[in-house]
Design a binder for this molecule. Sequence first.
Ligand SMILES: Cc1ncc(COP(=O)(O)O)c(C=O)c1O
Length: 415
Amino acid sequence: MAVTALLSSQARALLEADRGLLAELAYGLRGPFHVLFPDRFEANLRAFRAVMKAVGVEGQIHYAKKANKAACFVERCAEEGAGVDVASVGELRDALGHGVRGERIVVTGPAKADELLRLATHHGCLITVDSLDELERVARLEARIMLRALPPGRPHSRFGMTAEELDTALRRRGRARLEGFSFHLTGYDPAERAEVAAWLVEWCERTASPAVDTISIGGGFAVDYTGRPVDITGHRFHADRAFTDFYPYHSSVSGPDALRAVLSTGGLGRRLRERGIRLLIEPGRALLDQAGMTVFQVQGVKARDYGIITVDGTSLSLSEQWFNSEFLPEPRPVPVRPGGPFEACVGGASCLESDLLTWRRITLPGRPRAGDLLVYPNTAGYQMDSNESRFHELPLPPKVVIEADGRWRLDRAPS
Ligand SMILES: Cc1ncc(COP(=O)(O)O)c(C=O)c1O
């Protein structure tokens, strides 16, 4: 069964305009590029907010900036009064530079550089303290802080502090102002997230201080890429490669619904409301759902017992390929060539055997030709730019912002 991606109406319209805007951009930009839909990002933001409002929970959404480097998403955060989650001086500067106020920025990441701690303190950001030795450095500053707890069910996580360390931290705050607790949790199970969140509420209560009134439950709201279960049993991969681990491309509870599920587990939402606890969330992938696509041009097609399509970019623009895994949602050919099923994998324009954008032998409606486009859907969350480099002196794919009225612009002015 094909792994067909869900598409927003905006993405579909672009794909269906055969020799339209995408072909014009491919001609003008002379290489692969990303398209971004900031209106969709804003709609996702509002949908998360609506859940908080419906449940009656006070709080703030912080966009996890690491999921995409584009400026347009951070600009929307500034315009909408949303926050941003940053983990480096570069990310902090970029968020501030696009108008996000310091008080709406949370600083995460382990063992943060002194420069980051200083800058964050000057701007009144909320710093997530991950260890006792980090606390020692922060305690000298008049910083707003949360203490990051190690979830009891995840003893092997490298993030956060044990209960014993948290107890010590509560006694060693120095000049820092404690506002609450947070955690890092890998995975997408709403029940587990709710359970750890409830435990953080207990930590707030233990401090017996009304100023300690905030918990941050991180991101990890699943994205549904396909709208139906993914079944690739029997599918074959180039060079008979086998993968064992994939992102869960289908989730029946995803995005804002996953937040609703977290808040309804064990009455968490009610508990937060009754005790006046503020909820912070840090979604990355879920805010970027349907907020972008990646466009490559076919450079050549080789026919063996299956086809090998080579495109004009590399798998560095599809980060999943660098985690011993595969981005399963299939690329859409533009135009759609008739002629009968054409089975192929998709390789990058590099001299590396391992540079495959799609190892799986997917079936296109017909054999593509050089100059056709292959468009990977829904790539804004983590796929586009985490790993991009100028390998082979290939230019970094530019990001093209598509406005609500269909006009386009580059995400950042050329320098
Ligand atoms: C502290 C923190 N916040 C937010 C996120 C974003 O997660 P996601 O993009 O799955 O929502 C992560 C993911 O690693 C994280 O560690």
